[in-house]
Design a protein around this ligand. Sequence first.
Ligand code: ADP
Ligand code: MG
Length: 255
Amino acid sequence: NKDNEDLLVMENVTKRFGGLNAIQNISLTVKKGSVHSLIGPNGAGKSTLINIITGVYKPNEGSVLFNGSQINGTKPYKIALAGISRTFQSVQVFGNMSVLENVMVGGHGQYHSNLFDFIFKLGRGRKEERITRERAWALLQMVGLEDRASEFSSSLSSGQQRLLEIARALAMEPDLLLLDEPAAGLNEVEISHLSNLIKKITPKGVTILLIEHHIDFVMDISNTITVLNFGKKLAEGSPTEIQENQEVIDAYLGK
Ligand code: ADP
Ligand code: MG
């Protein structure tokens, strides 16, 4: 069964900032085809974990395997090309480009150090970094933004900008999509739209690892939930198991 294969395997990963263990001896397996969520209080180490997976941070200890190959120590752009795309906790769209253009530049922007550098290179004819107009249209249709294609992306609501960011990340055709708080700032209608989108893209072969605080949303879409607290794994299981776990209720859900 293909759905039982391991896509991402983190083994005994530790990341220190000075004297602080932001991530302490974490092991985590993301199964192919699943929606796997990371929850936990602010400062628990969730974003640090995603930054380790994408190569932004090197772990002090431990290893990260993606599709069977070790990726810890690999440069972010190579990890992106290997099939890991992401969105950010704070939305990052190119406000002065059209919605369609934002998708056409693809997820490639995600590993450039700054926006200016990226746009400058596009202007110099780095057209091979773009995806076709047809594919960009198809992705906009998938996230429900095709009606807004020719408008500046700065004219979109924050919820629509999050959907646009996901379309751009999908343009990279990732095996693994990392979403850092995708429901933050969305209203209930936009959250249900996001749930539907996630349920639509996983059958297409995109595995999802997401960080989220909106607990009803997490319980609705997740196959597996990992709870982090003070850089350590507090619990892991199905939505039902996590909701009934007294330690999780005490540390996080009860608040
Ligand atoms: P979360 O995303 O779960 O809210 P983070 O991963 O952002 O938590 O942070 C985990 C801990 O690591 C926090 O105490 C935070 O202050 C610290 N931290 C995160 N990034 C850095 C950094 N670049 N330098 C120093 N400390 C950091
Ligand atoms: Mg965070």
